[in-house]
Design a protein around this ligand. Sequence first.
Ligand SMILES: NC(=O)c1ccc[n+]([C@@H]2O[C@H](COP(=O)([O-])OP(=O)(O)OC[C@H]3O[C@@H](n4cnc5c(N)ncnc54)[C@H](O)[C@@H]3O)[C@@H](O)[C@H]2O)c1
Length: 383
Amino acid sequence: MASDDLRIGVIGSGGRGWLAKHAHKPDKGARIVACSDTSAKALADARAAYGDSIFTTDDYRRLLEQKLDAVFICTPDFLHEEHALAALDCVPGIYLEKPMAITVEGCDRILLKARKKRARLFIGHNMRYMTTFIKMRTLIQDGAIGRVKSIWCRHFICYGGDAYFRDWHSERKYTTGLLLQKGAHDIDVIHWLSGAYTKRVSAFGNLSVYGSLPRRTDNQPGVRDVLAKHWPPTAQSGFSKHIDVEDQNTVIMELEGGILGAYLQCHFTPDACRNYTVIGDEGRLENLGDGPEDPIMVWNKRRSDWGGYRIIGDEVHYGGKADSSGHGGADAVIVNEFLDYVRTGCETTATPEAARMSVATGCVATESLRNGGTPMDVPPLPA
Ligand SMILES: NC(=O)c1ccc[n+]([C@@H]2O[C@H](COP(=O)([O-])OP(=O)(O)OC[C@H]3O[C@@H](n4cnc5c(N)ncnc54)[C@H](O)[C@@H]3O)[C@@H](O)[C@H]2O)c1
């Protein structure tokens, strides 16, 4: 092995753990040397992909003994805190998938330990690396709509019934709720685009479709097949035995600087998109689709006395394609930035502090919706 390759491990190498393939560049600076997963098939797949000589184990603690320079933690949400705290004892660079943890206290324990250890902790908020949202942020920062005053996100999820009501995602004890599980990304983007964190929330949510559909009687994880033919949701079956998370959520947010926000999430739509509307004191910005070739409209002229809704904006922009990796090219870009960060400690686009604030907002909003929409303060970052 080239002596200067970063030695990289992956905890949870199946599923989202395949993101780490973008870090496998043998003799070119980094390579996967160890994988841990509780699934034997995931480990066999990892050996096939990264080579038979890699260390594989079903016990993440053994993986952490492998003198690693960096580790990807891509296990289910409820394991993030345990795995990150253990990794912080012995690995200098940590890529932790979103959400950072499923409680505010969990995030703060990770954040404080990372500071104490001077670790290079990085959270996988890959939406910050999607060209659509980079372009929207650049337009806002360049003054296309003046100063941001309102920011709303409508989040349509057509694969809700396939991906979130069949396994660990469907239980509060493993996720806190889907408002946090899925919304962690969008709350972070709301903060990033507006340049402000949420201070106070009021939320409503319920289990309005999947709660009454046919469930399995066993406790085994269900099959997570994301297929177009799974429509309509009311004709589907095989859902988890235990479901206590909501399938639609609405959050009203008061952000710093008098900005108001809203995040609306629905798990039973026919299509999938994150549609952001950002309104400033000199215009409005909206993405119609969140793919690299989908338009971003800017309306910043008033063209009629009384109204006249215009579908096409005064300006039309596009994020553009980054490369062919997942999430519109964002996955390879975020992994490359993580590797640079591990090597140099450079500034990063995603930060653990921002990730903590998105979890804090998602957790407090979930508490609010389970308490009749009571307005609640979001705890600020620890000193
Ligand atoms: N940023 C993104 O775009 C994005 C996309 C998908 C998932 N995610 C995040 O990635 C994480 C994993 O999601 P997923 O859908 O791949 O979940 P998953 O249920 O498929 O689990 C991922 C892998 O972890 C393994 N695993 C479970 N328990 C383990 C343990 N104790 N030790 C080692 N391995 C273990 C599983 O066998 C599986 O191979 C979640 O936190 C999710 O929020 C992020």
